[in-house]
Ligand binder design. Structure first.
Ligand code: HEC
Length: 196
């Protein structure tokens, strides 16, 4: 009996931790208005930011967005507003080669630019900003160069007001919290299904 109780208690710990983290995320003070940030993100607010042309954030009631840039659904989970602001206003500091625009020049002079999604000894698989895939024959590739700058516009610090930036940050923080809540519900459901 005692071991049963102990076992149950031990099993409850992970979901408890999940609930605590999610509660923490949901109650984190937001620097702005997430609903206004959402409009900015998806570009429905006069198209000032249009983050969703490149990024996705999976939230209820909205199209996911673009897939050429990193998915930002969970991005804000363990980040402070100041760090998120920096990522939005200084994208070129984010030196992640995986997201640098590549320019592939073929031996016949044709050029393709986009992200290299995969490559091996025989092929280079490149995705253009419009989403289309190109399977290039490696033997026909003359040169591959990488853009040193991020493809993300570098001037959001000027294009958006401090209030708008805070709204966007709040939207990202809220979506990360909602995603955390959904995950913890899922794992709870799994625990319940496991039924013992
Ligand atoms: C033209 C495409 C494009 C647009 C528009 C764009 N981004 Fe980005 N963003 C990127 C790319 C590509 C990266 C990856 C960093 C890099 O370039 O190495 C990135 C990185 C980021 C990061 C850091 C992600 C990480 O995992 O480190 C954040 C946060 C971000 N963008 C937020 C935004 C927000 C908010 C907007 C709208 C105001 C926006 N972006 C608009 C392309 C874009």
């Amino acid at each position: 009996m005692l071991t049963m109780i102990l076992k149950r208690a031990a099993m409850a710990i992970p979901s408890l931790i999940g609930v605590v983290i999610v509660t923490f995320l949901l109650t984190r003070a937001l620097p702005g208005d997430p609903a206004a940030g959402r409009l900015l993100f998806f570009g429905t607010n006069g198209g000032k930011a249009r983050c969703a042309e490149c990024h996705s954030v999976v939230v209820e009631g909205a199209g996911a967005g673009g897939f050429i840039a990193p998915d930002l659904t969970n991005y804000a989970e363990a980040r402070e507003p100041a760090e998120i602001l920096r990522a939005i206003t200084n994208p070129s500091e984010n030196a992640n080669a995986r997201w640098r625009t590549a320019v592939v020049t073929m031996r016949d002079g044709e050029k393709f630019s986009g992200l290299i999604r995969n490559q091996d000894n025989f092929s280079v698989q490149l995705q253009s900003p419009d989403g289309s895939f190109h399977l290039l024959d490696r033997a026909s590739v003359a040169e591959v160069t990488f853009d040193s700058k991020s493809m993300m516009p570098a001037n959001y610090g000027e294009r958006l007001t401090p209030v708008e930036l805070n709204d966007l940050i709040s939207f990202l923080m809220r979506s990360a919290a909602a995603e955390g809540a959904a995950k913890s519900r899922d794992s709870k459901r799994r625990d319940d299904d496991g039924g013992n």
